[in-house]
Design a protein around this ligand. Sequence first.
Ligand SMILES: [Zn+2]
Length: 132
Amino acid sequence: MYNTMKKLENLVYITSREDCQAAIDKSGCVCKCCGGILTPIETIDNSNQPTYWSGCASCQRYDYGVKPIIHEIAHQLVTRRFYRAYHNEQPDETKDPIAFEYWLKSQIGGISAQVQDIIYLYKELCTISINI
Ligand SMILES: [Zn+2]
């Protein structure tokens, strides 16, 4: 009874801020869209319990991030090689810099996810071929 009362008085978080920050620190990941730092963001999960999820305050989105090198590769693919994750129209950078910045971060985020998938598959397939 005491434990139940205590839990009701002091909200029990599924993942505490400290545990979420420790996981972020351990991962060494950055935001897949802007490359910025990830921080614990307070939220409510699907079971209506308070918790913290990793996310980017600058992009205002939840994100477990990618390694900085993956973000950099994605950034280069989008800006130098014109890779596109989404085929919506590119806003004019000088006429609408805010829309352009959002579009660019979205493109980099989408390509970051693809680069990460390619690296995971590469590692998986290399392991398989070594074991054959
Ligand atoms: Zn971000």
